[in-house]
Design a protein around this ligand. Sequence first.
Ligand code: SAM
Length: 386
Amino acid sequence: MQKYYVQLGNTPELSIQELNSILGQKKVVRVASHICLVKLNDDESAINLIDTLGGSVKIIKEIAKLKNSSPEKIVELVSNYLLQKEDKKIHFGFSEYGRDHLPKIDYFQIKSKIERGGKSARFVEGSRLGLSAALLIHKKRIVEIYIVQTADGVFMGETLASQNIDLWTLKDRGKPYFDKKKGMLPPKVAKMMLNLALGDNPPIEGRKNILLDPFVGTGTVLIEALLGKIDVIGSDIDPLSVQGTKENLEWLKTKFKITNDSKIMMFDATKIPIQNSEIQYIVTEPFLGKPRPNPSKLTLIFKGLLKMYLGAFKHWTNFLADGASVVIVFPLVSFKNKNGKVIEYNLDKLIDKLTSLGYTTLSKPVLYHRPNAVVQRQIYRFRFNK
Ligand SMILES: C[S@@+](CC[C@H](N)C(=O)[O-])C[C@H]1O[C@@H](n2cnc3c(N)ncnc32)[C@H](O)[C@@H]1O
């Protein structure tokens, strides 16, 4: 087994839940706020892993544990390592993680040492946390070295693979139908939610493994599921969303080889006419209210949302399979009133009611929100048992 460091995305709690779902809890050790240590068979498994994840940015392969981590030793170790590379000119990035309390290592000394060793060198500047995934996937010649400091010591690593940022941008902005007013789910979040659902209830060969998104919007969840080889059903109350999702799935088929079935319907989420217990997964972001709600109306808005969510969860018991998983966004609005007191609106009251319907929460909800968003998203995981 080889050690790899996974650099987590902007919502590390969610990224860790996703990693645990894919690899199993025992294999993932958080070593810093945005870094987890995982042990994998080989580089190929590590490269495949990053393509499977929505919430991780990079995989860094551990090269050495540093017995002596003085700046001079780090400069020597890194330059000697880079000098072994085949290229005559070394393009390198150098990043430090977990070392904010220490003076920065002077990359110029690394560059000079490489040059004294007989090769030319170019330093590629990035933030202290590392080069962007976009740069790394476009400039393949760049070698990125990390010095990672954890409670277990100081390690040198090399970036092995980064998330395919072009693919994420295509899925985010390339779709023919989108509706920003509706609050579309970022594809990476849809992927993380899908992975959580699949981790909680792994697909079984020979069983129907259908995923339903009853608030399909533009089809973001369905796109990730179809790319993950899962059959899907999408439904929405709005005819424009139904038509738009159909267009998006047609577009998907022109870009990727999709072999799984998809069906799009127009129904209220509390009235979808599915008969048999054939739905193994619901992954969805329901209507969350207006993105900038009037604070004086929040009590009423959340009352309405509670009613809609409860109605939907009740209805879904008609067709969810025993052991099915539900990964769903709940809205949360919190703000300070005139007296500086934090007022929070959420759907916490729902949880007890859901327990009596057969839904068990599988972990604490994770908060996901964009900067400045008024309505934040809480991501909940449930198992349904009849
Ligand atoms: C936040 S959007 C979902 C966006 C979707 N996740 C995406 O990325 O495109 C919520 C969707 O729920 C739909 N909706 C609202 N009330 C509904 C209801 N009672 N039944 C079904 N769909 C509903 C809206 O038309 C909207 O498309």
